[in-house]
Design a protein. Structure first.
Length: 293
């Protein structure tokens, strides 16, 4: 069953309208009404009748037809008509000649550059060997001076000394400073994708005591948010057909489950981290598992 069919059937059942009564009001066959609730639009005669039947269904149960049709269009976009690409092949003798001339000119230029490069390399090494290095001309200038000062063989520096308080000239070593221990880093909040099972994307949230959910709606989209109990059950927090520009937020002490009708119409942020839902107008289910320290 599609999300749109779920909303239509739930609204009809809440108003205690049977399919026979709905058939009498809308003049639409019962099997077409069942197909709309199941999301099996192939049973209907054509796309025009699908929109007309959905509009009549929505009006009969008291829903806004424009919003319902918008949700149908979001989850079932019209296929784009691809225009055939016509390729024309033309032979231009003049362009072929120009291409051949350009190829010969490029080959000749590369050959000349290669010859010049070889001459340049030979000239460079010949001049370098002829001139020689400064060490060959005056070897005495490269002799290292004799080191007479006492140095530390490990670091190559003179040991640090200081005079004692009596001033008798005796050298006392400096005290080695005690290193300051580095502070232990505080764990930060992390939101990581863990697995995808049975069409549900699972995310794990660590380093936080609460679960903060921020939702920004960019198009018509039906969303249901449930909180997960410790026993594994669900408690519905909100079920709503959102419009473009709407925002919503939830602050929970446990895990949550989201059922999204059109993934591309939702921008989801969990504890300050953007969670990718999807870029296609298809249903999406996301479970946010909060792991407390």
């Amino acid at each position: 069953m599609s999300d749109l069919g779920y909303i239509l059937r739930k609204t009809r059942q809440e108003k205690k309208i049977s399919l026979d009564d709905l058939q009498e009001v809308t003049k639409i066959r019962k099997r077409y009404l069942e197909a709309i609730e199941e999301g099996n639009y192939k049973v209907l005669p054509g796309s025009f009748y699908v929109r007309a039947f959905i509009k009549s269904y929505a009006e009969a149960v008291g829903l806004d037809p424009a919003e319902v049709l918008g949700m149908y269009q979001t989850t079932n976009p019209s296929p784009a008509v691809e225009k055939p690409v016509v390729e024309t092949i033309r032979k231009n003798r003049t362009s072929v000649r120009n291409t051949e001339k350009l190829s010969r000119w490029a080959s000749g230029t590369m050959f000349v550059c290669f010859i010049l490069l070889i001459f340049g390399i030979v000239y460079y090494y010949t001049y370098k060997n002829y001139k020689g290095t400064p060490a060959d001309q005056n070897p005495s200038q490269t002799q290292s001076p004799r080191i007479t000062d006492s140095t530390n063989p490990a670091t190559g520096t003179a040991p640090s000394t200081t005079m004692n308080a009596s001033g008798d000239g005796k050298v006392a070593p400096l005290a080695t400073p005690t290193p300051t221990p580095a502070p232990t880093p505080t764990p930060s909040v992390q939101v990581k994708f863990s697995s995808s099972e049975k069409g549900v994307d699972n995310y794990t949230i660590t380093g936080a005591s609460n679960l903060n959910i921020q939702m920004k709606i960019t198009g018509s989209c039906w969303i249901r948010v449930d909180s997960l109990t410790e026993a594994g059950g669900k408690e519905m927090l909100r079920q709503k057909l959102y419009k473009a520009g709407d925002t919503d937020s939830f602050d929970l002490t446990g895990s949550a489950y989201l059922n999204v009708g059109a993934a591309s119409a939702l921008e989801l942020t969990v504890n300050g981290t953007i969670v990718p839902v999807g870029d296609t107008p298809n249903p999406k289910r996301v479970q946010l598992n909060l792991q407390k320290n």
